[in-house]
Ligand binder design. Structure first.
Ligand code: ZN
Length: 429
């Protein structure tokens, strides 16, 4: 009888709440410039789950941040010296780690001491997850409950959500919970543009409630949030821009997830696959070029004289003799949901009406459970189907003004390059 490698899992967690004195002034990211933090409502975290078969861990981290550029993620990878995926939750109520929301349009909002703090704490959380590895088993669950869609307002056609909630519970072989990794897609920006208190937005409420219901440490990883997917404008009883609304969304997502996990069977895993591919995306966006020239990214995201952005796409698969049980795409930005679940539309006014439709990420997968990690290892902005790209008038669907999106995207080649890179990764033997 061959002895199968024992599957192991472990979790680690580190607080990355800024010290408003030491890291100040702290510019809150995500809406407009010069939104200075005046206090802390709840802690920000870097949380990691490590998985291992045969002494080579793979660590999956979710970080309460607007985004981390590949330059910063590379530092985490070098210091850790192990395989790690770092996904930012895209928290719009957290410090500016990208540089775009400083005191004015010409000045970076990055405080180097804070980025360094996030890097170091994420490394520590990942190390803790590895140290905590112990014999484990996993249970997978998913739900596409209609309530999940009510938390998302999509501001641009086509109205598509990648709102399926997918969870991986790791537990000891005696059933004691270790942690839950939860993947769902929505902008953590419930508190809106006026809030000046640091908060993880709905993510913290989601994790806390999930820990009450499922036990262990909860790791939240955001999904395909482009297009864009927001609690702002969602038709809910709780008032806009309130902690009450963030709490409601987080709690309900956790409760739906915990209900899906109840009775989930153990999924045997005897192979963990992780592959990545580097991509070179031409940056057509003049604003990005100017931001680079003005050094808003503070030495990061060097696009060179050719205006090319280097990034990375990844593929993770957990499988057993019968086939894949969980597949994960790691996507370096904010993907439009139709690029994940399908439904790209050809509208009048599109700049590239004949562009081939990209193969949707989740449709390329075969496993019963499929995750998409957004803002994974990088944040390049919106990833828009080339056929829906609309930089020049006439506007899509004969709109009277420009749609929102292209202004925060590297360009029309991002989507084809990423989805085709993923197609290559998933085909590799
Ligand atoms: Zn966004």
């Amino acid at each position: 009888m061959p002895v199968l490698a024992q599957f192991q899992a472990g979790v680690g967690s580190g607080v990355i709440t800024p010290d408003l004195g030491k890291h100040g002034p702290v510019y809150i990211a995500g809406f407009s410039q010069n939104r200075r933090a005046t206090g802390v409502h709840d802690d920000l975290y870097a949380r990691c789950m490590a998985l291992q078969l045969v002494r080579r861990p793979l660590v999956l981290c979710g970080v309460d941040s607007i985004g981390l550029f590949l330059d910063d993620v590379k530092k985490i990878r070098e210091r850790l010296g192990e395989r790690v995926v770092v996904s930012s939750t895209h928290d719009h109520e957290a410090p500016d780690t990208l540089g775009l929301w400083g005191p004015d349009r010409a000045t970076t909002g990055i405080q180097e001491a804070y980025n360094e703090f996030v890097i170091e704490r994420t490394v520590q959380a990942a190390r803790e997850a590895i140290r905590n590895l112990k014999p484990a088993r996993i249970k997978l669950a998913k739900t596409a409950d209609a309530e999940l869609d009510t938390f998302i307002h999509d501001t641009r056609p086509p109205v598509r959500h990648d709102s399926e909630l997918v969870l991986m519970l790791a537990e000891e072989v005696n059933g004691n919970p270790i942690g839950v990794l939860v993947n769902w897609a929505n902008h953590p920006e419930t508190l809106g543009s006026k809030n000046t208190l640091i908060t993880s937005d709905y993510a913290g409420f989601l994790r806390a409630r999930l820990e009450e219901l499922a036990g262990g440490t909860a790791v939240f990883i955001n999904g395909a949030v482009g297009g864009m997917q927001s609690p702002l404008g969602a038709k809910l009883e709780q008032p806009e821009n309130s902690f009450e609304r963030a709490n409601h969304i987080g709690r309900r997502v956790a409760e739906l997830g915990a209900a899906a996990l109840r009775g989930a069977p153990v999924a045997a895993v005897d192979q963990i696959t992780f592959r990545e591919k580097t991509i070179q995306v031409p940056v057509a966006n003049v604003n990005f070029q100017l931001a680079g020239k003005a050094n808003l990214f503070a030495g990061r995201k060097n696009m060179g004289t050719e205006n090319v952005m280097t990034s990375v796409v990844g593929y993770i698969r957990l499988s057993n003799g019968e086939g894949p049980v969980l597949e994960i795409a790691t996507i370096p930005g904010e993907m439009y949901p139709e690029l994940s679940v399908g439904g790209i539309e050809r509208y009048s006014g599109a700049d590239f009406p004949d562009a081939p439709l990209e193969p949707p990420i989740k449709q390329q997968m075969k496993a019963p459970f499929r995750m998409l990690f957004g803002l994974a290892n990088d944040e390049m902005g919106y990833i828009i189907p080339k056929a829906e790209w609309d930089q020049t008038a006439p506007w899509l669907k004969d709109a009277t003004k420009r749609w929102y999106g292209e202004v925060n995207s590297p360009g029309p080649e991002a989507a084809p390059m990423i989805n085709n890179a993923f197609a290559d990764l998933i085909k590799e033997k």
